[in-house]
Ligand binder design. Sequence first.
Ligand code: ADP
Ligand code: ADP
Length: 219
Amino acid sequence: MIEFAAVSKKYSTDAFALRDVSLNIGKGELVFLAGPSGAGKSTLLKMIAAVERPTSGRVIVNGHDIGKLKRAGVPFLRRNLGLIFQQQRLLNDRSILANVMLSLLVTGASSSEAGQRARAALDKVGLLDRAHAHPMELSGGEQQRVAVARAIVNRPQIILADEPTANLDRAAADRVIDALRAFNSVGVTCMISTHDDTVLGAAGRVIRLEQGQIAGGAQ
Ligand code: ADP
Ligand code: ADP
């Protein structure tokens, strides 16, 4: 489902952000991308979403060759991706329900369908009882779970979560990871980056990056 073949990435003329990375991720896998800050984790995830392109090598996602993908093809790729970032941009002028519904409304869903599916997604992350709260009223961990609900509500095949537990305490971090695991257990391929090895837990494959290179777990 996701394949990197000898991928390198340079942002400028100096150092490599990623160097000769090869890996394969199959449908339904749960993969943690571990490594210290600056190791290249964000760069790797951004390439899967065609936010960045490889300098050399090949990245294939759901059959799309990212290096050759035309601008017009990017929305088709992203339709099957749920993206969660460290700083998720929730809209503060509306409820979390409205925030989650928005991802559906932009794809043409009716408001009754969007409302029903957004409620179901909030229920899955344990926030249905807060549906009418605004983002600012929630804790950081709750806001991250809203971001998980927003990422999943379009039923993507792949979820990419870039440091979703950064700045959260242990209990809140565990709840975010548990929410992601729950979607993985119904078949969604999940990649979760973290610089914090305590997040890794028992289940799940760990791919480790160090200074832009694979240090374990790629095959
Ligand atoms: P991580 O997510 O593991 O912290 P990143 O992928 O963000 O690592 O960064 C990998 C390397 O690439 C770092 O040295 C970083 O400074 C560099 N880098 C990341 N993004 C850019 C950019 N937009 N322009 C230039 N250098 C960048
Ligand atoms: P509904 O059928 O009302 O959408 P579900 O209980 O089937 O309710 O799912 C609740 C939410 O969780 C859905 O909106 C969907 O986005 C997400 N979801 C559930 N299962 C999957 C799955 N296999 N893949 C992606 N998303 C899923």
